[in-house]
Design a protein around this ligand. Structure first.
Ligand code: PRX
Length: 663
């Protein structure tokens, strides 16, 4: 099996960390799943009787009309809470106000700039959030947005981003959030694919002391998007921006004047809540479709179990992800707000003004739950122990990781230096497509093993199987699949039914294919071994090799390119690009051209796609049928002696030449 996660093949790890004995006391006596017997009983029921299990969970939410059936399953199409109507914004926000919690903090926000008096902090109560969301929804309606219309959101991590997302949900207008680090072309592709007519953005966003020109990027994209009718612009950084008359409107003009009467639109449980674009094996990112009822129930319920959230006890939850990714959608907003624990949003970089920023945030706000990515943890380790040591981190209770396998060394560091040895670590495995956690420990319940995401979530029938769907014995590597529908599963890829079927439902008949290699150990714990497709996991972000390749070729300096993953100390996987130069450029092969190409990719896609290594070659190793031999290139990029079978290589000389170009 091929794998794109070269450094994570650490397969022997036997340190088991039982749940800390005093965890329940630190959770005010409330541990939702108190022990493994409870876990096993709940999991067994959730698989045997998913309708009974999820029906019970869903009763804890507000429905405008109750469902007729919990689940309708016609592989690969699932419908959850069929016939029910609800609204995700209502369950996240309005409901709390109606229940008398309007004065509690919903969003705790910290801006990046650090003044003499400290950073700008905003504490937004559920009532204030409800009112601002209602105003924003009314403004979007005034701009022509109707139920079912896709609204594109390209903003920095400011509270108004949360407001815009929830305002869309309020109207039943699916949102498509684009990460603020993406370049104009990425906006063009996504707006066109989504057929979106309205974009919400900011003048700029703060990032490591500089301003990201968000509005200018939208303007550049709009040159290629005549169909965009309106751009709603929040003033954040105060920089000069061009406002196109008739198209562009300021947030402070359009939103502030609205009343707060716009109620939540009752929508069908299967009404699309959002699109989120993610990378796949081809150059074209796919718009993953999530719908309302199942996603709402699953994200809130999993947040409740995985983080052991308890309202009214002073918990403060901080997830460091950006709302431009699924982690931010599910576990900054939709899954957390219904749990009535303040969700902390931080605007900027982890190392601004210094490398201790996150720890100063934890100390300043007495954060109890901290959720980040292994790549960030590896950076913290490199920056040194002195940074966390300077701050009081004793408020922390639960630590989480997400996005890629965590190497045991980083796990242990996180456990000791950040968690003070007392906080359970939840290594949450999931995907844009799964909507929420599908394999994860539960704190105070599951014994943890560094590097393993442990056991399936309730309702998730995860397994490691061979190509025929046969479950493999302990420790045998195979394909990670989910054999039964779960409420937050993707409902499709926008506009591409065939790709949905081919990608997820074809290789192993009858099962959802996650696209990851995995094994289960003798205790039944899952170990993720890396992607099995041409998707790289760079710093916990998904990137298709084909996207980077087409950008390189698009530079016109290169006639052919092959991109593979390579081990990278911080990013987990770095990007290695093998390029065949255009004949006109052959004489220019050198550092300067490498820089130009790397810059081109960063401008074209975004900084996360910038290749770490670029190698020039006269040809790429190919099979007789013309397929690029990526396994070989991966070995070369990793500096390994290749052990791969090269008998199908079309041109053995190419391999020798690639090695010669090693510098
Ligand atoms: O390869 C797995 C890896 O990230 C992929 C999903 O990426 P994305 O859709 O961008 O979502 C990331 C945030 C949920 C998976 O197919 N992955 C995610 N979490 C873990 C992981 N690999 C190992 N352990 C994890 N905890």
């Amino acid at each position: 099996m091929s794998s794109n996660a070269p450094i994570h093949s650490v397969l022997t790890e036997d340190r088991v960390f039982p749940p800390p004995a005093d965890f329940a006391a630190r959770m005010h006596g409330t541990v939702h799943v108190p022990d493994m017997d409870a876990y096993r009983a709940m999991h067994e029921r959730s698989i045997r009787d998913p309708e009974g299990f999820w029906g019970d969970v869903a009763k804890g939410f507000r429905w405008f009309r109750p469902w007729d059936r919990v689940l309708e399953w016609n592989l690969p199409d699932a419908k959850w809470f069929v016939g029910g109507t609800t609204n995700a914004c209502f369950n996240a926000v309005d409901r709390q106000v109606e229940d008398g919690h309007g004065d509690e903090v919903a969003i705790l926000w910290e801006g990046e700039p650090m003044g003499a008096a400290g950073p700008e902090v905003r504490r937004i109560t559920y009532r204030e959030l409800r009112d601002e969301v209602a105003r924003c929804a009314a403004a979007l309606e005034e701009l022509g947005v109707r139920k079912g219309d896709v609204v594109t959101i390209y903003m920095g991590m400011v509270p108004e981003l949360a407001v815009a997302v929830l305002a869309c949900a309020r109207l039943g207008a699916p949102h498509s959030v684009i990460f603020g680090g993406f370049a104009p072309q990425a906006i063009v592709d996504r707006v066109q694919d989504a057929d979106s007519k309205v974009i919400v953005t900011c003048d700029g966003g703060w990032r490591r002391g500089s301003v990201v020109p968000l509005k200018a990027n939208v303007d550049a994209a709009c040159e290629r998007l005549p169909e965009v009718r309106h751009v709603l612009v929040l003033r954040r950084t105060g920089g000069e921006v061009a406002m196109k008359p008739g198209r562009d409107v300021w947030w402070h003009d359009a939103v502030a004047k609205q009343g707060t009467g716009r109620a939540c639109e009752p929508v069908d449980a299967e009404h699309p809540l959002f699109l989120l674009y993610t990378s796949g094996s081809t150059g074209k990112p796919k718009g993953i479709v999530h719908t309302t009822g199942g996603y709402m129930v699953f994200t809130a319920a999993t947040a409740h179990w995985t983080f052991n959230l308890v309202p009214g006890q002073g918990q403060v939850y901080f997830c460091t992800a950006d709302i431009g990714w699924i982690t931010g959608h599910s576990y900054i907003l939709y899954g957390i707000l219904p749990n009535r624990v303040p969700t902390l949003m931080y605007e900027g970089a982890p190392n601004f003004p210094a490398e201790d920023r996150f720890w100063s945030i934890v100390a300043r706000h007495r954060v109890t739950h901290f959720y980040t990515a292994p790549t960030a943890i590896r950076s913290f380790m490199r920056w040194g122990d002195a940074h966390p040591a300077r701050h009081d981190l004793t408020s922390l209770r639960v630590l989480g990781t997400v996005g890629e396998p965590i190497n045991p060394e980083a796990w242990i560091w996180y456990h000791e230096r950040i968690g003070g040895g007392r906080c359970p670590i939840v290594d949450t495995m999931w995907q844009t497509e799964t909507g929420g956690h599908v394999i994860t420990p539960l704190p105070g319940c599951t014994p943890t093993v560094p590097g393993s995401c442990t056991l399936p979530m309730f309702g998730v029938d995860a397994a490691v199987v061979d190509e025929h769907g046969k479950e493999l014995p302990a420790n045998a590597g195979g394909l990670l699949v989910i054999r039964k529908p779960w409420p937050a599963m993707l409902r499709g890829i926008r506009g591409d039914r065939q790709r949905f079927i081919d990608t997820y439902w074809s290789r192993v008949p009858g099962m959802y294919l996650a696209g990851d290699g995995a094994r289960r150990d003798q205790r039944g714990c899952f170990w993720i071994m890396g992607r099995i497709d041409d998707v790289l996991n760079v710093s916990g972000h998904r990137l298709g090799t084909a996207e980077v390749e087409s950008s390189l070729v698009g530079s016109k300096l290169v006639v052919e390119a092959a991109v593979v993953g390579m081990p990278h100390e911080i990013k987990g996987t770095g990007i290695a690009a093998f390029c065949v130069l255009h004949p006109d450029q052959a004489a220019n092969a050198g550092e300067d051209l490498r820089r130009r190409l790397a810059e081109h990719v960063a401008k074209d896609i975004g900084a996360i796609a910038r290749p770490d290594v670029i190698r020039f070659t006269n040809g790429l190793p190919k099979t007789r049928s013309g397929k690029i031999m990526r396994r070989l290139l991966r070995d070369i990029a990793a500096g390994k002696e290749t052990t791969q079978d090269t008998t199908t290589l079309e041109d053995f000389g190419v391999l020798a030449k690639l090695r010669e170009t090693d510098e």
